[in-house]
Design a protein around this ligand. Sequence first.
Ligand code: HEC
Length: 113
Amino acid sequence: MKKMNLFARKLAVVLSVAAMGFASQASAELDGAKLYIEKTCITCHGADAKTPIMPLYPKLAGQNYEYLKQQALDIKNGKRTNGMATSMMGIAQMATDEEIDAIVKYISTLPAQ
Ligand code: HEC
């Protein structure tokens, strides 16, 4: 019984270490700056994320991460359809939630001015 518990505990440690390794590897693979270009966010929001192609399109650089993420996901999921939001919906749907997360994390670190 005691031996079994020890084995179970060792197994739990091994599994959690493996899971942590996997999680950090997965997030390290997502490069927000690269995805901002690859997912074509750059074509509408500009290279610095504050030079949109139209005055009706928002500047994003330096905005709070939580806000950017919520808005991007709302546009992707069709919850936000006001203004010009639907023009971005198709593009947002080509990115996974994890990719959007990495992109907006990157955008939030860019200087607003
Ligand atoms: C086709 C042009 C276009 C592309 C491509 C595009 N967007 Fe947008 N985006 C918009 C427009 C237009 C809005 C404003 C919608 C509105 O009028 O409410 C917007 C709004 C946003 C907002 C909310 C800003 C705010 O202040 O509420 C975020 C965040 C955002 N985009 C992120 C992204 C990301 C990330 C990508 C790439 C996956 C992307 N956008 C690609 C056009 C685009």
